[in-house]
Design a binder for this molecule. Structure first.
Ligand code: 13P
Length: 258
């Protein structure tokens, strides 16, 4: 199984989101073997995009979620509200949330637990800033983010955890991290999930994100260490995103024929 997750960030209005979602549905027409595709529009567009995706192979995700309670939390969107508009995935702890909105490790852990207890599938983002990469301490940094976020997490029997490794310096830079460095990091994340969290392989997936485009998607997706991609900028341009989806379909078709 491979995942292609589109994070549209704070870029599109409702009409533009619907048009892009239509483009995604057109792009996968005629493909028998598909990756798991998830689109994450802005909160204002979730409901309308969900209507369009009903009975398709494309699932809906939110870019963030508030606490698991309802009540006096002005400006937050709760899990039951996301569930109501058809979200099955939620991005948690994206670096833009951590950097611009000061979401601490403790907040990320709390939100992750809330997503899991609401029965949705979390996409937990981790990744180091440039100075940490330059100091060679990126693995320790990412594993610390993981262990903090995953402390006390209880996945239910059928629930899956998606972890997206997104080195901050690669996001929106036009240059993804080197494949060999991504593979090393994914292996460390995988080992951590298996050995420290005792999760079996089918309970989690490790995705890469950061300047993925049509021209580089295949080289990441064909690696068994890369369970999928979390795509920002290129997911906003349907021609570019179509190339990424085609690369994913090629890999999934090749896997199915083995
Ligand atoms: P880009 O694909 O624009 O680098 O963004 C990656 C990202 O932040 C996805 O969550």
């Amino acid at each position: 199984m491979k995942y292609v997750v589109a994070n549209w960030k704070m870029n599109l209005g409702v009409r533009e989101s619907i048009a892009l979602a239509r483009g995604v549905l057109r792009a996968i027409q005629g493909h028998d073997q598909l990756p798991q595709i998830v689109v994450c529009p802005s909160a204002t567009a979730l409901s309308e995009v969900h209507k369009l995706l009903t009975r398709s192979h494309v699932l809906l995700g939110a870019q963030n979620a508030g606490p698991d309670k309802s009540g006096a939390f002005t400006g937050e969107i709760g899990l039951s509200q996301l569930d109501e508009v058809g979200c099955t995935f939620v991005i948690v702890g994206h670096s833009e949330r951590r950097v611009h909105f000061h979401e601490t490790d403790a907040v990320v852990a709390e939100r992750l637990r809330a997503v899991v207890s609401a029965g949705l599938t979390p996409i937990l983002c981790v990744g180091e800033p440039k100075d940490i990469r330059d100091s060679g301490k990126e693995t320790a940094y990412v594993l610390r983010q993981l262990s903090s976020a995953l402390a006390d997490l209880k996945l239910s029997r059928n629930q899956k955890l998606l972890v997206a490794y997104e080195p901050i310096w690669a996001i929106g830079s036009g240059t993804p991290a080197a494949l060999k460095d991504v593979l090393v990091m994914h292996e460390s994340i995988r080992k951590f999930l298996q050995e420290d969290l005792h999760l079996s392989d089918e309970r989690f997936a490790v995705l890469y994100g950061g300047s993925i485009e049509g021209k580089n998607a295949y080289q990441f997706l064909r690696e068994s260490e890369v369970d999928g991609l979390l795509v920002g900028g290129a997911s906003l341009k349907i021609n570019e995103f179509t190339k990424i989806l085609e690369a994913a379909c090629d890999v999934v078709e090749a896997q199915a024929s083995v």
